[in-house]
Design a binder for this molecule. Structure first.
Ligand code: SAH
Ligand code: SF4
Length: 347
């Protein structure tokens, strides 16, 4: 049995014409059923002959995710989905509602090997990479569950996308392709902790998708502590790679900066950040830390504003990110918090 969901458009065409020996347009029909009509059951693909449907059912599958739980925020409708994969592992994805669009936040790994000190996913350890199909299916299944079309995708769920590079690039192709999910490339953002060689490859392979950099500190000694992979890839190398990304794509880079009281929220941190970002066109998102760890507190509103002003005074565009879905632990870094309880409940 093969998974159709792991095939990009070229793969699907090849499978249909070369492996099955059918007409090329059959690939378009199948893609239309799955990605446009949201029909995953081959037996219901009625413009294919009964014989074709039988062959498909016997040799391929489309169901990579099973819904285990769904939580809807009473505050802002943010919806968190918990999915079970075919091997029993679970992952989460989130739908976020904005006035004029719906955004999907998707996972790329079961757990995460990076182990950032403030992140619930990072603290839960690493199990495995997601397949291309498992990444793409999160979007498809949320569209099916919520009965809507997603207009924006951020790779900001569980896992580090650039440690699962090949599958992430392939999933972007499927998410973007007109005959598949069909979301515009400018509406796809990959968030990374910063793997320099992958950032540069992404500029070439990512078809102009956007990049968000999880920086969180401008001093290496602080970042070494918060984001342990910084010891291997220090700030200067990441920023250099981001500059190369920018040279190739001409895209502005988002800088994610989680603010933690009395750790990285001083004026001197803001000034150092200005220095570090020199020569890079950026948009900075300041994110008051979600209290995953007790030791990490949010700075006061006044402190955040003062920090923001310093960046602005140097002409940097900056926004304090408003939180979504805090009542259901769907906000950044809170994915997986209640997973253990859920797993027990759904056994
Ligand atoms: N691994 C990638 C993408 C997933 S993490 C990355 O780190 O960029 C998604 C986002 O959640 C990142 O910007 C991360 O910094 C943020 N995040 C993690 N824990 C958080 C917390 N406790 N409070 C606020 N944001 C958090
Ligand atoms: Fe992994 Fe991102 Fe969490 Fe760090 S913040 S542990 S890179 S998911």
């Amino acid at each position: 049995m093969k998974s159709i969901m792991d095939m990009d458009y070229e793969d699907l065409k090849r499978e249909i014409t070369e492996n099955l020996g059918w007409e090329r347009y059959r690939a378009d029909q199948i893609a239309d059923w799955i990605y446009n009509k949201h029909v995953l059951d081959f037996s219901k693909m009625t413009n294919l002959s009964k014989e074709y449907r039988k062959i498909l059912s016997e040799n391929y599958y489309t169901d990579l995710l099973e819904l285990v739980d769904k939580q809807i925020s009473k505050i802002d409708r943010t919806t968190k989905y918990l999915w079970k994969l075919r091997d029993g592992n679970t992952i989460e994805s989130v739908l976020i509602f904005y006035p004029n669009r719906v955004s999907a936040c998707i996972s790329t790994q079961v757990g995460c090997p990076v182990g950032c000190k403030f992140c619930a996913t990072g603290m839960s350890g690493f199990v495995r990479n997601l397949s291309t199909g498992e990444i793409v299916s999160q979007i498809l299944h949320m569209e099916m569950e919520a009965r809507l079309r997603i207009g924006n995708v951020v790779f900001m769920g569980m896992g580090e996308p650039f440690l699962n590079y090949e599958n992430v690039i392939k999933s972007i192709k499927i998410i973007n392709h007109q005959k598949m999910i069909g979301i515009g490339i400018r509406h796809i953002t990959v968030s990374t902790v910063g793997i320099p060689d992958k950032i540069v490859s992404f500029a070439k392979d990512g078809m102009n998708a956007r990049l968000a950099l999880s920086l969180h500190a401008a001093y290496n000694h602080k970042r070494d502590f918060l984001v342990p992979i910084n010891i291997k890839y220090p700030i200067e190398e990441i920023i250099q790679a981001a500059k190369e990304y920018q040279k190739i794509t001409n895209n502005r880079v988002s800088i994610e900066y989680i603010m933690i009281k009395e750790l990285n929220d001083y004026d001197s941190d803001a000034e150092k950040l200005v220095e570090v970002l020199k020569g890079l066109k950026v948009f900075v998102n300041l994110i008051p830390v979600n209290p995953v760890v007790k030791d990490f507190q949010r700075p006061s509103r006044r402190r955040i504003e003062a920090f923001k002003k310093i960046l602005e005074s140097h002409g940097i565009e900056v926004e304090v990110r408003t939180e979504k879905g805090t009542d259901i632990d769907a906000a950044c870094g809170q994915l997986r918090i209640r997973n253990k309880q859920l797993k027990r409940a759904f056994k």
